[in-house]
Design a protein around this ligand. Structure first.
Ligand SMILES: Cc1cc2nc3c(=O)[nH]c(=O)nc-3n(C[C@H](O)[C@H](O)[C@H](O)COP(=O)(O)OP(=O)(O)OC[C@H]3O[C@@H](n4cnc5c(N)ncnc54)[C@H](O)[C@@H]3O)c2cc1C
Length: 462
């Protein structure tokens, strides 16, 4: 029986992967008194929260916002003394369907949404309320969301909204997405509406890089050994115990190790004497995501978040960031993300930027016929192969436990966020639960629970 709470193990912790999960784990563990080393492959920390500069301001590679009920990130922001940077703003949503842009913010907008018939509008409203407010996700793990929504929300609601949304997000895996995921998603979205029914989203003035820098400053002050530009290269497992790891620049021995890099990246470093862990991690598939970020001289619309629900478009979301955060932050530039999730065998996984532009820009003009080439001042492309885990039927049974059967080897990654949508907030929850499992929960215990469902699967029996 392993004993993660022996004094030696408690003192020394190495975290591998310097995205928000790894950074938050390092922060909470160091606050609880551990001697922490944080290993990151890239020369920059942040993972999917990384930013680039535009108009003198930092901006995320991939659009980011959070919700007003995200208690964990709000707590961390206050701990790090950056609450004065916190912005909550009303957001606007739209849907492009049957060649037309529809506002999609209120009951009145739903009534005016022509692609859905009247009866299905009522069914759509009732089923959304049921899933977001009443349903227990545990009862729907084996129920495909697509079938259930077609049956209960109605065929026109499914074909004009739900199926395109699932398709955009899960591509070839759409039929396998459990209704539990929809329960998590709708709880998140309905919970972020204010008393007037409008959705308010959170952001940090200066981008989420403000959070990353504040975390890094705090880690440095606490004496955490930060090792960027230093990829993991090997794990040394003997007799069911992780003795140490090798990285490009160091060999680290002893103590506990938390792997917060995507499981699919960890597999290749696992030695042959870890067959069960290899098998467990292989059962978790990941998606890619691609964002083409346009800087334009004028806005495309007044909508922040538009789902593209017509078939045949190479992107599923048009996210006009400067309809959320003013263009004044970016020297007057208007910024729009064209976003697409993709399976690893999709051509988008390997296309170069010119090919992606040739695919996406003509499609964008079908939505905004007035768009002129000279409006576009600059284009950036960002792509990741590990944007999210594929949460398919009965996923919870496949989530590997945080505390593995290998002594001193712990996992904390996006799979542990299920049944919620993976997010910055939920990564902090996972970091908190991981620290509790490590016996380093003194700081983690102080974090209030938000409305998220994450941080339970993989932690419940450890
Ligand atoms: C398109 C898109 C939009 C999103 N929108 C939102 C949003 O609006 N709101 C929100 O809250 N969240 C959003 N997210 C999700 C959010 O970004 C993630 O949930 C979160 O950043 C995941 O953090 P992580 O630390 O678990 O993983 P990652 O950020 O993937 O970090 C893993 C780290 O491990 C490192 N690593 C990999 N291999 C090695 C190795 N061999 N050695 C050492 N280190 C290694 C990587 O370099 C990386 O830094 C979005 C994500 C995407 C892709």
């Amino acid at each position: 029986m392993q004993n993660p709470s022996s004094q030696d193990n408690l003192k020394k912790l190495t975290v591998i992967g310097g995205g928000i999960t790894g950074l938050a784990t390092a922060y909470l563990a160091a606050k609880a008194g551990a001697e922490v080393t944080l290993i990151e492959k890239s020369v920059h920390f942040g993972g999917l929260l990384r930013t680039f500069e535009t108009g003198g301001e930092k901006l995320e590679f991939y659009y980011h916002h959070f919700f007003n009920h995200d208690a964990e990130i709000n707590w961390l922001i206050r701990q790090l003394d950056i609450a004065h940077k916190l912005l909550y703003k009303q957001s606007t949503m739209g849907v492009f369907r049957d060649g037309k842009i529809y506002d999609f913010n209120s009951a009145m907008d739903l009534l005016a949404f022509r692609p859905m018939n009247f009866l299905d509008k009522i069914r759509f409203g009732l089923t959304s309320l049921f899933l977001g407010k009443v349903a227990d996700w545990r009862n729907y793990e084996g129920v495909p969301a697509r079938n259930w929504l077609e049956k209960w929300a109605g065929k026109s609601a499914a074909s004009s909204l739900w199926n395109p949304m699932l398709n955009i997000k899960f591509g070839p895996y759409t039929d396998e997405v459990p209704l539990s995921w929809m329960v998590g998603r709708l709880k998140q979205r309905l919970g972020s509406r204010n008393s007037g029914g409008k959705e308010e989203l959170g952001y940090l003035d200066g981008s989420l890089d403000v959070l990353l820098q504040a975390l890094l400053d705090s880690l440095q002050k606490m004496g955490v050994n930060l090792m960027p530009g230093n990829a993991l290269t090997a794990l040394h497992v003997e007799n069911g115990e992780l003795k140490g790891i090798s990285t490009e620049k160091a060999r680290i021995e002893g103590g506990n190790f938390v792997f917060s890099l995507p499981g699919t990246h960890l597999i290749r470093f696992l030695p042959d004497n870890t067959p069960k862990l290899k098998k467990d991690l292989s059962a978790i598939k990941y998606f890619g995501a691609l964002c083409l970020v346009l800087e334009t001289s004028r806005p495309l619309s007044e909508i922040y978040w538009m789902n593209v629900a017509d078939p045949g478009f190479p992107f599923g979301g048009v996210i006009e960031h400067t309809n959320f955060i003013s263009p004044a932050h970016y020297a007057g530039k208007h910024i729009t993300y064209l976003s697409r999730y993709f399976a690893h065998d999709d051509p988008l996984a390997s296309m170069d930027q010119k090919e992606v532009e040739a695919l996406m820009l003509p499609a964008l003009k079908r939505i905004f016929p007035e768009l002129q080439p000279d409006w576009i001042r600059d284009i950036q492309m960002f792509r990741t192969m590990t944007a999210a885990t594929v949460c398919d039927l009965d996923f919870s049974k496949r989530v590997p436990p945080c505390k593995t059967e290998i002594k001193h080897l712990f996992l904390a990654n996006m799979a542990h966020i299920y049944p919620d949508e993976r997010s910055t907030n939920n990564s902090i929850r996972v970091a908190a639960e991981t620290c509790k499992v490590l016996g380093l929960g003194a700081e983690a215990e102080k974090i209030p629970y938000g409305s998220s469902l994450s941080g339970k699967i993989g932690f419940d029996d450890t």
